[in-house]
Design a protein around this ligand. Sequence first.
Ligand code: ZN
Length: 76
Amino acid sequence: MEPTAAQLAELARQLAGTAPNEIDCEAVLDCVAAYFEATQSGITPSADLAMVGQHLEVCPSCLEEFQALVRASAGE
Ligand SMILES: [Zn+2]
């Protein structure tokens, strides 16, 4: 039986919803400095760091931590 368009849309929504949970805030905060350095030096982030970037898009508290690094860097 073929899934309906509505079922596929629901599945896609669920998958999108679970993606941010693949990496938790504690892991992001451990990596946020490395992620920041990668973005500063123009390095293509590794898969782990790319997940940090994805998490920052959905997690305001981790994004705040990242922005604190950006501000500290800009203030130097
Ligand atoms: Zn977070």
